[in-house]
Design a protein around this ligand. Sequence first.
Ligand code: ATP
Length: 584
Amino acid sequence: METAYEDLVRVYEKIEGTPKRLEMTDHLVELFTSVPPEILDKVVYLTQGKLLPDFYGKELGLAGKLIVKTLTFTTGIGEEEILTLLREKGDIGLAAQEAIENKKQTALFANPLTVERVYGNFMKIADASGSGSQDLKMKLLAELLHDSTQLEAKYIVKSVAGSMRIGIADLTMIDALAVAFATKERRDDIERAYNVWSDLGRVAKLLAEEGEAGLEKVHLELGTPIRAMLCERLSSLDEIFEKLGECAFEYKYDGLRIQAHISEDEINLFSRRLEDVTEQFPDIVSALRESFRGKEGIVEGEAVPVNMVTGKFLPFQEVSHRRGRIHDLEKAEKEYPVRLFLFDCLHLDGEDLLDETLTDRRKKLGSAVEEGDDVRLSTMLVTENKEEVEGFFQESLEIGGEGLIAKALDSPYVAGTRGWNWIKFKKEYEEGMVDTVDLVIVGALAGRGRRAGTYGALLMAAYDAEDGRYKTVCKLGTGFDDITLAAIPDRLEEHKIPAKDPKVVSNMKADFWFSPEVVLEVLGTEITRSPVHTAAWDVVEKGAGLAIRFPRFTGRWREDKGPEDATTVKEIVEMYEQQEKVKS
Ligand code: ATP
């Protein structure tokens, strides 16, 4: 028996209607347990607005004008009228829902939509390329719309437009999978399985088919990126030593994190967001081929642009020129040479190393890699002597590093988790300033005077991983040069929405709202309590949240981060506590 697509969209409507994580979980459990296990992976992807995890690079985005054209010939409504609907509703899915009503009489011969058919057509739309592909894409979409109900049309169009975001955090999905298919005690193991496979659909299907016993099958695989281990921060070396005792300090390189999967016939490179960036760094691929002595392995490091004459690091922006580039790769390679500093080894010649200690992983990394001009090991110092670390810290800054990362010698590699086994220590901390934070743009205020026609300030939010929502922390209007400022409206246009996104929690009114997508790096002077901003509301003080004081854009668009990778509310609270400690 095939599953009706209508069953999915009914649940989406319920999820969209609630901001409460527990209710969302209940609806998801209902959905996960009502569909056949063999299609659960597809159901999970569709619910996330995807066809596959990001590292497959399968994008469903169909240009708005093609969607409007398709709606026109499916419904018989003129293009102008569809555009008016779009303006009124402010969302292409809602416009489709309204427009499709018109086609009702003609749809007597409709063939009810199944999940399999919708997914199948979506896949064909994503795969279509070359001449005639636009017509083919429209035909595939029209087939679905011809047979869809109004509600189905809303979600089909949202999906193909790439705006199917009903606000379910990964952690909520994991909670629902635990309730649906396992015992409470195994919830963390499900999270671990997700961190290793980076694929919620695949984990869901495994659980539905095999129950929690299936979790034993989740191991590292070459070619499947693993979610990165992340660091906490502390503002003094004394505190670091208190937490870790004797530990390893490494230079903190300022570049792009790269996870390399090396086998005898292939090398794949993945970014911090687990996108496949192999094609953008052919020089890293060949340098790794040269340096790697094992048969197969997974190693991690930071790719940093370097001045090959002085050996000094260049600003991070230089390497960002290389990302997303598909043309002139050779030119980019020469203009912006990068050096890869490896700091971890997760797999070597058939052996998973995640549970081994840092000391052992580092030894294996050393044995597997022969350092050359383009591939080096991260510079490391193992010590418990504060003065030694201070000198080492200065050295890191002198060659263009950002500071140090302290690592617990006996720690395993905990994928996808921000923990105290890795602690970053940057120059700013010592001066009592807050660290840079990566915040999501959720709204904007109209500019006046010199800024008329662009935005006066952006409303910025941190991600609350607890409930999957975005909580505001500041208005950002400083740090933009004129060119950036003038370009911002264009850059944000595709994310503009008519009203506040349901995932955004804000007491402030904005003139423009955006779906939480774009992440910027911001530096403030302090974190203060705020009667307005909603991050950590009631946490530090009843009736108040936390805000970033005197925020300034550092100039860095964090394209390597998705909204869920932004600085979390929990981190903001920790930074506030750190800062108060330093003050007292
Ligand atoms: P995060 O990746 O933790 O969300 P971020 O991208 O803003 O945050 P930081 O928290 O400032 O980066 O630092 C962590 C990042 O530093 C790592 O993800 C990695 O890309 C980079 N890095 C540089 N040098 C090292 C090193 N020696 N060991 C581990 N990571 C390093």
